[in-house]
Design a protein around this ligand. Structure first.
Ligand code: FAD
Length: 475
């Protein structure tokens, strides 16, 4: 099965009018200045071009857009909050952008069943707040939660800081509504936990990065709201010490351990230097830090956290620690962590990796990768941080101080190659939670099982025979 290449620029003006008629005048954006924000993302790594941004307000409008696009072989790029980190949401070759932000209704909150049904354009923080309003928790949590959308979260299968306890976006979706490339609507908005009636089609679209269809709504799993949340910021000597603390935490807290983030000193320093209103929680400096959180339905989280830290100190693993005294201190700890990606930008070029290895292999991975990267580019500065509890490290490398940013970024694939070699040797993944998009598309065939790639291509050709859905991404 072959995927036909869709037509792109220029789109005849009559066709633009047909698209405009679907969404209504003001929701078809053709003015270059108004289109501009949809063409690049915050880190400025990807720049696109597009003659038209469509802002549908309903599933029926999305269906009509896809049908018309298929008839005329017009390529579409679905876009949510535009916070994706692999270029998946950028119209790189003049595709029409379908922005989902107007589809922002929470259709239903079923408290007894613990299910909330959201349209794709609902911003994650809004979904979290709505769950909190009915004394529930929607546990997906990530630095971009004030802008990213449920549709984007599902399309990238986002992970974030609480995946350790609650799983990734996939684990939180019970059902989906999806518009296919030909305009048909797949209604799989199940509220059922148990439903063994054939193939699990929902899971095809989760993590597909908009290449198989446009998600328009999802039924999402809620969990009881924790009664107590306790957060600690810990200073220690090494990733090995952090791993031992993780083990103690799991033994003591079991399912109550909701986050366990590892932070290199340089990542903390950059956040303190470039972030606004960020304070160092500890008096002294340490080579590594852990930001950990316990959430419990009982009032015992504080005692458990203290017991973990006491044992860590007795065992010589923990050098220093502070427990957030209140909500605002807890938020301050998380702000320090959440600013880490943005804080690398003022330092010049930064080569990004979002890798995972088995949890026990993280210390060896960091040690080997640091040595290999600095050998390749003397003076380059590894800035590892991320979700140690999931074996997922954002292994970013900043350019040498005073070096040439463009020259450094030109080595992107060389740096990737040495890092990925170590990752693959350790049985890891080159994309833990950000997806493939365009950033890792060319590496994918070399690292993924050949049969899996074949099946992915066949599924793509079957669901999108004219290749109009986010062409050039993932595959
Ligand atoms: P977009 O960026 O708009 O799109 C992302 C992809 O999904 C694109 O391929 C797009 O075509 C597709 N898409 C969007 N909406 C739809 C739809 N309705 N139907 C079909 N396809 C669609 N990610 C993590 O996993 N964990 C983190 O901890 C994390 N932290 C982050 C912190 C910061 C500061 C930033 C900027 C990003 C972070 N991300 C993280 C990445 C990003 O926030 C996630 O990938 C998020 O899920 C993207 O959602 P979005 O709505 O912005 O999607």
């Amino acid at each position: 099965m072959n995927i036909t290449k869709p037509a792109i620029f220029p789109i005849p003006s009559e066709l633009i009018e047909e698209f405009r008629a679907i969404v209504g005048g003001k929701y078809a954006v053709t003015n270059a200045a108004d289109i501009a924000p949809y063409l690049c993302e915050d880190r400025d790594l990807f720049h696109g071009r597009s003659p038209l941004v469509l802002r549908p307000g309903s599933t029926a409008e999305v269906a009509a857009i896809c049908k018309l696009a298929t008839e005329h072989r017009i390529a579409l790029v679905p876009q949510g909050g535009n916070t994706g980190l692999v270029g998946g949401q950028t119209p790189l070759t003049g595709e029409v952008v379908v922005s989902m932000l107007r589809m922002d209704k929470i259709r239903d909150v079923d408290v007894e069943s613990n299910i909330m049904t959201c349209e794709a354009g609902v911003v994650l923080q809004v979904a979290q707040q709505r769950a909190a309003d009915v004394d529930r928790l929607f546990p997906l949590s990530l630095g971009a939660e004030g802008s990213c959308t449920i549709g984007g979260n599902l399309s990238t299968n986002a992970g974030g800081t609480a995946a350790l306890a609650y799983g990734m976006a996939r684990d939180l979706a019970l059902g989906l509504e999806v518009v296919l490339s030909d305009g048909r609507v797949l209604n799989a908005l199940s509220k059922l936990k148990k439903d063994n009636t054939g193939y699990d089609l929902r899971n095809l679209f989760i993590g597909a990065e908009g290449t198989l269809g446009i998600i328009t709504a999802a039924s999402l799993r809620l969990v009881p709201k924790p009664r107590a949340i306790e957060t600690a910021y810990v200073g220690l000597k090494s990733p090995s010490a952090a791993l031992k603390l993780l083990s103690i935490s799991r033994d003591e807290a079991a399912g109550a351990l909701t986050s366990f983030e590892l932070l290199a000193d340089i990542a903390v320093d950059l956040s303190l230097r470039h972030g606004i209103d960020i304070r160092d929680p500890l008096q002294s400096k340490y080579p590594w830090y852990v930001l950990m959180e316990l959430s419990s339905s009982r009032d015992d989280a504080r005692d458990t956290l203290e017991a973990i830290l006491t044992k860590g100190m007795e065992d010589g693993i923990v050098d220093d620690a502070v427990i957030a005294a209140n909500r605002s201190q807890r938020q301050a700890f998380w702000k320090l962590r959440d600013e880490m990606s943005a804080a690398q930008k003022p330092e010049g070029g930064s080569i990004k990796h979002d890798i995972s290895v088995p949890v026990a292999a993280v210390p060896a991975f960091i040690e080997e990768a640091n040595a290999a990267v600095v050998k390749l580019i003397p003076g380059s500065r590894p800035v590892p941080f991320g979700h140690l509890g999931d074996g997922n490290i954002h292994y970013n490398v900043s350019q040498p101080v005073g070096g040439n940013g463009a020259e450094f970024l030109a080595r992107w694939h060389d740096v990737n190659a040495v890092v990925f070699e170590i990752v693959l040797r350790m049985g890891g993944s080159i994309s833990a939670e950000h997806g493939i998009g365009v950033l890792k598309r060319d590496e994918l065939p070399a690292v993924k099982d050949k049969v899996a790639i074949e099946l992915m291509r066949q599924i793509k050709a079957m669901l999108d025979p004219f290749g109009i859905m986010n062409p050039g991404k993932v595959l």
